[in-house]
Design a protein around this ligand. Structure first.
Ligand code: ZN
Length: 302
């Protein structure tokens, strides 16, 4: 197959139509990185050829599209996204980024793009052949990272040139192909009544946390157990996740509770998750925090 795309000296994808002919294109093979020449003669279809004259490489359209999508977002430093779930916003809007980094490792995951906006962070996953799996999604939820997935399969099935302005617009401006992986839309049923049914956790221990995990594995739609404590007359919500890690926040912001949670995070390790406005603790300290909250709790018992 003829190669009609290559990468330039800046490692950007270029189409044969966009470059000067011959070696003056200063391009390299997308696949093997060898220098290529742009063959733009009268007779044959225009294409790139290795300058060494070796046979054309097989370039997968999926790989090109994946790279192109990251490239246009990096160039534009912005993207239009559907409204955030559980938010007052109803309309899609343009997210303008302060900074974008490609393929940066965050713990066990390596998102396609990590964007910073003010003091917040957004992960962008470009999906052509592989989509975010459960393991990755669990990690994203644990750390409450805003994450959006862009599904580009539709672009592959159409005969749209990559790179092209049309493909660029599809990636940057369309909304129907984008999905929030986190935050997730919360079912209204998890709201006002669940604190009444808070199970008694007076003797909670790690075995019990494990048994909660097992229960939840058969209920994949819910990966946490939520408790509401009353501490100094303030409602404090606590989410115990599958791995035993917990998130804690006052229902309405309270400076004393905030200071307490911060002090605990200094003591036993933890971090503040800005988009959740909660303090996150990991095992084994999470267990200690949970016991302290229980000891301080003054919720009337029914
Ligand atoms: Zn090659």
């Amino acid at each position: 197959m003829l190669m009609n795309v290559a990468v330039n000296e800046l490692d950007q994808l270029v189409n044969i139509k966009q470059v000067e002919k011959g070696l003056a294109c200063h391009c390299f093979c997308f696949e093997c990185n060898e220098p290529v020449v742009a063959r733009k003669g009268e007779k044959n279809e225009h294409h790139f050829a290795h300058s060494s004259n070796k046979e054309s490489c097989n370039i997968s359209p999926e790989s090109i599209l994946h790279k192109f999508a990251k490239q246009v977002i990096m160039e534009e430093q912005s993207i239009v996204l559907p409204p955030l779930p559980n938010n007052d916003e109803m309309e899609a809007k343009t997210w303008q980024f302060d900074r974008l980094v490609e393929e940066q490792a965050i713990g066990p995951i390596r998102p396609d793009l990590v964007a910073s906006i003010d003091n917040d962070m957004l992960l962008i996953e470009v999906a052509v052949t592989s989509f975010v799996d459960k393991e990755k999604l669990d990690f994203i939820k644990q750390l409450s990272f805003k994450t959006v997935e862009i599904d580009l399969r539709e672009l592959l099935s159409q005969s749209i040139d990559i790179p092209s302005e049309e493909a660029r617009q599809f990636i940057l401006e369309q909304v129907h192909n984008k999905k929030w992986l986190y935050p997730e839309a919360i079912e209204p049923k998890t709201s006002s009544l669940d604190w009444l049914s808070t199970p008694d956790i007076s003797c909670i221990n790690s075995e019990q946390i494990n048994s909660y995990q097992n229960e939840q594995q058969s209920m994949p739609e819910k990966n946490y157990v939520k408790y509401r404590f009353t501490i100094n007359k303030v409602w404090v919500d606590t989410w115990v996740f599958n791995d035993g890690g917990i998130s804690v926040k006052a229902v309405n912001f309270n400076p004393d509770i905030a200071a307490l949670l911060k002090r605990w995070s200094k003591e036993g390790g933890g971090r503040y998750t800005p988009n959740f406005k909660a303090w996150k603790y990991y095992n084994p300290f999470a267990h200690t925090v949970l016991q302290r909250l229980k000891a301080m709790d003054s919720t009337p018992k029914f």
